[in-house]
Structure formats: structure tokens, C-alpha cells
Design a protein around this ligand. Structure first.
Ligand code: IVH
Length: 691
């Protein structure tokens, strides 16, 4: 019997549980989504040092997943990000097994949550508790190891069990002693701490990177992580990194009675222990400490994102124990996203690479979450109207440990009489062309695509950026030099620059010419999806480009695709499809492609074979649940060999879903969307095999 029939007629017993099942199935679907999102963001943060969302938003995702898993423990999977202590160790450095597991911390995002933790502690061990309150340093978790008082190893936390060996780099951190003070130190001592970059140091590092036209860091934490995980310790040494130690992870043959005595010992041994640490005797004092530091977080020259509260007595800590990923005796109280007020000096507009004209706030520089913010995007005309921010207003600015600063809104009580609403300009600020706003769109656009200097430089910068053709040493400064000399009309011209031309640029010596030349030449062989990102098709970023390149592995093939062909790709909607088709119809764009071709830029993915022809050619399928005669990967491979495109999510574009034993939420989704579901026998038949 086909699986759909088997499930579509519920037994009376089933019916009684329908509600619960529905909740479970919703929870399953959401937890799958969350897991995928968290893994993605964790990779961006830990491995790439390029977060896309704020730490706060990330924490909220993890929380939501934890909430679901607490309610439905059956949904916990061994690979769930909640079951892991930290991020995946990247494979640049040798792995290090930690002598004791490096646990993480549970978070409290409000006073109520902090109080609930305190009460739980008191219920478990009584009210005779002392709490050590510490600053939560926003840096990179490390362990530094000493053998008989001599520094022998430095490692990152990695996943809590295995980290990376960064000994050579840790040695360059000036506040890390290579030999402990005093005598009688344990044979082996592993100290936990946080490596960080003071804000001033962060600004200096970014300044230097900017000078050299290299990529800058988004915030001090990323800069610290990036600096510590350098292949060349000389680079690490050039960065003013520092360390705060906040605990003993392992000490052979030595036992401390209190966390505070352990910290005092570390301090006496010459290790840097944060002086703001205080031991208090009540929850009320804990609150006062948190409140004070939430207010005063900017009186210190490094970033903190909260307060860590720890039960001071080691005996009580042992009584409380730990969950699989965090101790019950400690909690991190996270500060809410930081907001500052400042003067909105003006609203200005900027023309981007696609011609979209974006308004932005020009602010009296204000220090928010670790960086000085002087400008913040206001997105579009409607957003300015919705927020009703006016030049001269005092405005609230937020950065949430985030990459992009935003203006939250005006402080109306402080608005000056006669403050005028801001009007969107009618001409492009860069080239003076009259702006146009297409029907139904939120944006004003400068239509002067090839003649507008701002579009020119922004496109060139985007073309060369890490997410596109990745041409190192081609940043704004060099880009402007090239455009000013009219050597580059569109980015394809970069491939026709001569060494003589480059050598004539101010500040270019033999070495810089060679570097830029090598970077330009190297970029000719990028995979197709990067080229698709680089050529500036509206709505085509990295993810969409990869979907397009997978289905149409050459520019030639993509050029021939219709809106229908493109919309048939899972993940590509009609708006994107139309934008791609329009792009290829434009003669200027065709000329650009011809030029790229002449330059020898790769326009096809040779290594990606076209999908094989077979009984399932053209079908997009999903497999859920376990099959009897094939493993999941065998089934996927067999389907792919038969010409099918196997995806992980069910959508209206799914041709059919193969339903095995114990299907997940994908089955429900298929039923909901009216997508055909088939069982294993039918699947084998369609593959051209029979059981
Ligand atoms: S104690 C078992 N204390 O925050 C307890 N951690 O979000 C381990 N962190 O993994 C951590 N400042 O890397 C502790 N004063 C502090 C801290 C601190 C920053 C980091 C640490 C931890 C992370 C959890």
C-alpha cells in the first residue's frame, strides 16, 4: 500500500492524539529549521569569523531550540548544536584533547531568569551561598597550560573536548607569563581564560588593515579570534592581544576550596585575573553587580557582553553538578542589546552597485558595542518615514554586538521645535541623474548604470570582494585610482590592465604590482557561482548563485533558461527568475560577458557534470524516513544517477516524496502541500529497479 494511504486514514487511537501529534510535528519541523540555521551561523562565527547575525540573535535561536528540546526530548538528535559545547574546530592547527571537558555556560536574558537560577541554586544547596561575580569577556575561549610552572601549551576551546593547538601564537600574547611566579606549582595546570583585543587595539588593527587594503574585522571579538588563529605567529605578535584568566580547568594534585581562592592563586602566580571580580553574599548583591556593570560597561577598554555568576564554594559546585554542556553552578547574565543616544546630524544618500539609492544617518560619532558608529543605514524612504527621524533629532542607535548599526528611532522629547521632515532627493548624489522609483518597489534607483561613478566603484569593489571573484589587493583605494584614469569602465576591464599601467599607480612598487597581478590572474578560475555573484544580477547573492550554477553549470546554459526553467529550481522564486532573464537580455551585460570570455575568465563549471539522463530526469525529490533495501545515501545516489535532483526540503516544486519508516515532518509537509508521496516499492519501480 502506498505510504500516503497508510498514513492518511488515522485510527481512532491516532485521532485522540492528533493535537499532540500536530504540536510534535510542528516542533519537529521548527527544530530542524533551527538546527540548520544555528549550524550555519555557528560556522560563520567560529570557523569563518564572519558572523551574519548578532550574538544576541544567535543566542535567541539556540534558546528557542533548547526550549523545544526540553518540551520534546525525543526530538534531540545527537548532532544537535545544543549537544555540543562550542563551535567546530577548524582544521588549520593540530588538534588538542582537553584534559577536562571545557563546558559552556547557560544564559539568563532577564532579571527573572537570573533570579530563577539563583532560586534553583538555593533550593538545591540552601541559602548559605556566596557568589563570585565576574565580567563576561567577549573574546575567544582558550586554555593555557603550565607544567611545573612553565608555559607548555595554548589551545582554543574548539568543541569543548578537542581544541586547536595555538601554542606559538599564545606565546606572543604579552600578558601571558611564560613562567609562573613563586614555587610549588602543580605538575600540570590548565587555566581557562579569554583572549581579547582592547577596543583601542582593535581600532588600530583595522586602521592598518584598511591602509593595506585588506579586509577589516567586524568587531573586537572577531579581530581577537582572527589574530589568534593566524598561521604566522609574527602576525599574532603584531596584534595587541591580552588575556583574562577566569578559572582553573585542571590542576594535578591541587585542590581549591573556593573559586575565589583559585583566582587569587592564579593572580599570585602572575596570571592576569580581572580586578572587577567580586564575591557577594546574596542575590540582591548579584543584581546590583550586574546593574552596575551593565551601566558602566564602557568605562573599561575591552568589550564585555554580560556578567558571569558562579557559586564560589567548590564543594557546593560539586553538589550542583553539570548538565551535558554547562555547569549548574554558574550562569551568564547577558546584557540586552546596547542602545546609545546621539545627534542625527544629517540624512544623506548613497548610490550602491545596483543603482539603488539608500538613505543613511550621519551621526555625531557614538561608541556602541565596541565600535565607534558615525553612520547607520536607514534602508529606504519608507523606513525614514516610518521611524520619523529628522535631521537635528536626538536618536537611539543600537548595535547588538552586531555588524550593522541601526537607528532605532528619535527621542521625541528632545526634538527641537520646527524640526522638518526629511525629503528624499530627486537626483543621484553621485552623477546628478534624475532618480526613478519603479511601481511597487521601495527603492529609488539611479538609472545611469555605466556612467555613475558611485555605481562604478561599488560594483568594482563587489566584483573583487571575498564573496565574489575574491581579488585580494583590489579595494576601494585602488579601484578609485583605476576608475579615475578611465582604465576600467566595468569590472571586466580589470583583466586587461597591463603591468605598466599598474606600475604607474601612486604607491605601486614591483611587489604590489606582482601581488595584484597574481590576484587578478588567480580570480579567472573561480567557480561559476562566484562569477554569477560578481556580475551584479539583482537578487543574486551567494546562495541563489549556487542554486543557479548547480542546475545550469555554464553561462551559456543559464543564458538559455526561461523564467519557467529558473522558477522550477527549488529556492528560486519568479522575481529572481525574472531578474536573471532580464539581466541576460540587456546588450550591455552581454558585452560584459563577451569581454570576460575574451579575458579567459572561466564561465562554466567543468567539474560539474550535467545531470545524467534517466527515468527521473527533471524530477525534484525528497526522501524521508528509513528505507529497507537501501541506505539513505545509496537511495540519494540512485535517485541522482536516475537524473533526479534530490533536495532536503519539501516545497510546491517537489515532484514527489519517498516515505520510508518513521518519516519526519517532511511527510506532513508533503500532505499539507498536496505533493505526491510514494513508498519504497514504488520508488524502486520508478528508479527502474524492482524489489
Ligand atoms: S566561566 C564552566 N567566566 O563565555 C564555566 N566564562 O558563553 C566556564 N567567558 O565558554 C566558563 N568570560 O569562554 C567564564 N568570566 C568568565 C567568562 C567566561 C567570558 C566565556 C567563556 C565561556 C563563554 C560562555
Amino acid at each position: 500500500m502506498p505510504a500516503s494511504r497508510r498514513r492518511s486514514r488515522p485510527s481512532p487511537d491516532d485521532e485522540r492524539h492528533t493535537n499532540e501529534e500536530r504540536r510534535l510535528s510542528n516542533a519537529r519541523a521548527r527544530s530542524e529549521e533551527l538546527r540548520e540555521a544555528i549550524n550555519h551561523h555557528s560556522y560563520r562565527y567560529h570557523v569563518r569569523d564572519e558572523p551574519e547575525i548578532s550574538d544576541y540573535e544567535y543566542d535567541q535561536l539556540v534558546r528557542e531550540l533548547e526550549g523545544i528540546e526540553t518540551e520534546f526530548p525525543e526530538l534531540i538528535t545527537p548532532d544537535s548544536p545544543t549537544q555540543r559545547v562550542g563551535g567546530a574546530p577548524a582544521q588549520l592547527f593540530a588538534p588538542v584533547e582537553h584534559r577536562a571537558r571545557m563546558l559552556s555556560l547557560d544564559n539568563a536574558f532577564s532579571w527573572e531568569e537570573l533570579e530563577a537560577w539563583g532560586k534553583r541554586v538555593e533550593r538545591a544547596i540552601g541559602t548559605d551561598v556566596r557568589f563570585a561575580c565576574e565580567l563576561k569577556i567577549d573574546g575567544l575561549a582558550v586554555v593555557v597550560s603550565y607544567e611545573r610552572g612553565v608555559l607548555t601549551r595554548g589551545a582554543t576551546r574548539g568543541d569543548g573536548q578537542t581544541g586547536e593547538d595555538i601554542t606559538a601564537n599564545i606565546r606572543t600574547v604579552r600578558t601571558v607569563p611564560v613562567r609562573l611566579r613563586g614555587s610549588g606549582h602543580p605538575d600540570v595546570l590548565d587555566v581557562r581564560g579569554e583572549v581579547y583585543l582592547p577596543v583601542k587595539g582593535f581600532e588600530r588593527v583595522n586602521e592598518e588593515l584598511r591602509e593595506r587594503e585588506e579586509r577589516t574585522f567586524a568587531n573586537p571579538r572577531n579581530a581577537a579570534a582572527g589574530s589568534l588563529r593566524q598561521k604566522d605567529p609574527k602576525v599574532t605578535a603584531s596584534r595587541p592581544l591580552a588575556l583574562w584568566c577566569h578559572g582553573v580547568l585542571f590542576a594535578r594534585g591541587k585542590r581549591f576550596e573556593r573559586h575565589s581562592t583559585a583566582l587569587a592563586y592564579l593572580g599570585d602566580a602572575g596570571l592576569p585575573v580581572n580586578p572587577a571580580t567580586e564575591v557577594v553574599g546574596s542575590l540582591a548583591d548579584v543584581f546590583a553587580y550586574c546593574e552596575r556593570w551593565q551601566r558602566d560597561r564602557h568605562t573599561i577598554d575591552y568589550e564585555i557582553d554580560g556578567v558571569v555568576v558562579k557559586v564560589d564554594s567548590i564543594h557546593q559546585q560539586e553538589e550542583l553538578g553539570a548538565t551535558s554542556h554547562a555547569p549548574r553552578w554558574a550562569i551568564a547574565y547577558k546584557f540586552p542589546p546596547e542602545e546609545r543616544t546621539t545627534l542625527l546630524k544629517a540624512i544623506d544618500v548613497h548610490t550602491g552597485r545596483t543603482g539603488i539609492v539608500t538613505p543613511f544617518a550621519v551621526l555625531e560619532p557614538v561608541f556602541v558595542s565596541g565600535v565607534t558608529v558615525g553612520t547607520a543605514t536607514l534602508h529606504n524612504q519608507d523606513e525614514v518615514a516610518r521611524k520619523d527621524v529628522r535631521p537635528g533629532d536626538t536618536v537611539i542607535v543600537r548595535r547588538a554586538g552586531d555588524v550593522i548599526p541601526e537607528v532605532v528611532g528619535p527621542v521625541l522629547e528632545k526634538r527641537k521645535r520646527g524640526a522638518r521632515r526629511w525629503k528624499f532627493p530627486t537626483v543621484c548624489p553621485s552623477c546628478g541623474t534624475a532618480l526613478v522609483r519603479r511601481e511597487g518597489e521601495a527603492y529609488w534607483v539611479c538609472p545611469n548604470r555605466r556612467g555613475c561613478p558611485s555605481q562604478g566603484i561599488e560594483w568594482l569593489f563587489h566584483f573583487a570582494s571575498r564573496g565574489a571573484m575574491d581579488i585580494e589587493h583590489l579595494g576601494y583605494k585602488t579601484g578609485i585610482l583605476l576608475l579615475d584614469r578611465d582604465w576600467v569602465e566595468d569590472p571586466a576591464d580589470v583583466y586587461f590592465l597591463t603591468d605598466e599601467q599598474l606600475a604607474g599607480l601612486p604607491g605601486f612598487k614591483e611587489k604590489s604590482v606582482a601581488n595584484l597581478r597574481a590576484a587578478i590572474e588567480g580570480s579567472k578560475d573561480r567557480p561559476l557561482w562566484r562569477l554569477l555573484v560578481a556580475i551584479n544580477i539583482r537578487h543574486v547573492g551567494g546562495t541563489v548563485a549556487q542554486l543557479l550554477a548547480r542546475r545550469f553549470p555554464s553561462i551559456e546554459a543559464l543564458r538559455g533558461a526561461s523564467v519557467e526553467d529558473l522558477s522550477a529550481i527549488d529556492g528560486i522564486g519568479p522575481e529572481i527568475a525574472q531578474s536573471v532573464v532580464d539581466w541576460f537580455q540587456d546588450p550591455e551585460n552581454r558585452a560584459l560577458l563577451a569581454k570576460l570570455d575574451r579575458a579567459g575568465v572561466r564561465t562554466r563549471d567543468e567539474d560539474v557534470a550535467p545531470p545524467p539522463e534517466g527515468p527521473l530526469t527533471g524530477a525534484t525529490i525528497v526522501i524521508t524516513g528509513g528505507l529497507e533495501s537501501l541506505s539513505r545515501s545509496e537511495a540519494e545516489q540512485a535517485a541522482a544517477e536516475a537524473g533526479a535532483h534530490v533536495t532536503s526540503g519539501v516545497s510546491k516544486k517537489t515532484s514527489f516524496v519517498v516515505v520510508g519508516e518513521g518519516p519526519g515532518s517532511k511527510f506532513d509537509k508533503a500532505v499539507q502541500l498536496g505533493v505526491e508521496t510514494i513508498d519504497e516499492g514504488e520508488f524502486l519501480k520508478r528508479l527502474g529497479r524492482s524489489r
